[in-house]
Write a protein that binds this ligand. Structure first.
Ligand SMILES: NC(=O)c1ccc[n+]([C@@H]2O[C@H](COP(=O)([O-])OP(=O)(O)OC[C@H]3O[C@@H](n4cnc5c(N)ncnc54)[C@H](OP(=O)(O)O)[C@@H]3O)[C@@H](O)[C@H]2O)c1
Length: 328
């Protein structure tokens, strides 16, 4: 089997390499692509050094699967070229997520939407992915109606340059931080919380907030789901957390809610200790804690969930889909 990893040198791409080593057949032949600046570098996969190639029209060959994490513009320009040479494309960018004929797949929730004619599969947004993993088993039992998620998005969700900026900022004192000019976000992120993640859209919500609205409806197949999102960026390296208030059609028994969460593959309820981004880092599972019944209604629960944005939020899910394509 031949697999192309497009954006192999990035934060997601490097994790795709690690997950592929664990989940895909050992004999898989890998081809790694990135920008011209990385061409000629070598990355190790299954103890073999593989030279990174520049992504361009001339060197796209025949692959079984191409895993894309090189930004939406590259996906728009090159995904179709890989598909026309026979590959399945699993795309981490937001380029195709809301297209009607493209399945938006969270492995464990809706991989059965991949049909015999599917060639392009979209990997959801990293914040949405962790949240819907917690919501899915609760929805199946109690019928979800409304969610009010407040997301605390980690810096690695914005890629390599954002993490570099955080590292530089960490060496500055608070006074210098407020005047420093070359920073990734509009405000310093070291030791800080910025009450906006992503870019504002016309309705005053950010694109990151609107991704939660549209993508959770599509993944959970609840077109009328009411979503009231607020997303902040926090000075955490990895691990997106979400406080979510969820309204259901049925009354909730909290013990049963915890049980359905624990019975769902890929989700763990933590009752003895609080689940934090540091706990979620390098953990394949979505961690849930602080589940409480609403103060105003027996149909509401409030909970916290946190997951590794580079793993289940990106690379792990993409490779789980790839493995599904191999063995289905
Ligand atoms: N980070 C997350 O938590 C996360 C989660 C879900 C989805 N995503 C999505 O995944 C994608 C990658 O994110 P990331 O965090 O890995 O970003 P990143 O660390 O900045 O990596 C970007 C990758 O894209 C490559 N690239 C950039 N311009 C290119 C070009 N012109 N031609 C070919 N390759 C090019 C880079 O290659 P060079 O190293 O050569 O520049 C690098 O491999 C984005 O679409 C992002 O929205 C990220």
């Amino acid at each position: 089997m031949k697999v192309a990893i497009v954006g192999a040198t990035g934060l997601v791409g490097r994790n795709i390499i690690k997950e592929s080593e664990k989940l895909l057949p050992r004999e898989t032949e890998y081809h790694l692509f990135a920008s011209s600046k990385s061409a000629g570098k070598s990355l190790t996969i299954n103890n073999k050094d593989v030279i990174v190639e520049e992504l361009n029209t001339r060197n796209i060959g025949e692959y079984d699967i191409a895993l894309f994490s090189a930004g939406g513009d590259r996906s728009k320009e090159f995904a179709e070229q890989f598909i026309s040479q026979g590959a399945y494309v699993v795309d981490n960018s937001s380029a195709f997520r809301m297209l009607e004929d493209v399945p938006l797949v969270v492995y464990g929730i809706n991989e059965n939407e991949i049909t015999t004619t599917t060639k392009l599969i979209a990997n959801p947004n990293c914040t949405t992915m962790g949240l819907v993993m917690a919501l899915k088993p609760l929805h199946d039992r109690f019928n979800l109606h409304t969610i009010t998620p407040v997301a605390y998005q980690a810096v690695s969700g914005s890629g390599t340059e954002a993490v570099k900026s955080l590292r530089n900022e960490e060496s500055l004192d608070s006074e210098s931080l407020l005047t420093v000019e070359e920073i990734f976000y509009p405000k310093p992120i070291a030791r800080n919380v910025i009450p906006l993640a992503g870019n504002l859209t016309e309705n005053d919500y950010s694109d990151e907030e609107m991704k939660i609205v549209y993508e959770s409806r599509k993944i959970l197949d609840i077109p009328e789901l009411i979503v009231e999102p607020s997303n902040a960026r926090v000075g955490v390296v990895t691990g997106h957390g979400v406080f979510c208030s969820a309204v259901f059609e049925k009354e909730i028994d909290t013990k049963e809610a915890i049980q359905v969460l624990n019975n769902f593959e890929g989700v763990e309820y933590w009752s003895e200790t609080l689940a934090t981004p540091l706990d979620a880092e390098n953990n394949n599972n979505v961690l849930v804690s602080r589940l409480r019944r609403g103060l105003s209604s027996k149909k509401i629960i409030n909970f916290w969930c946190v997951s590794d944005n580079l793993l289940k939020g990106a690379a792990l899910n993409a490779v789980q889909i790839a493995r599904y394509l191999v063995y289905k």
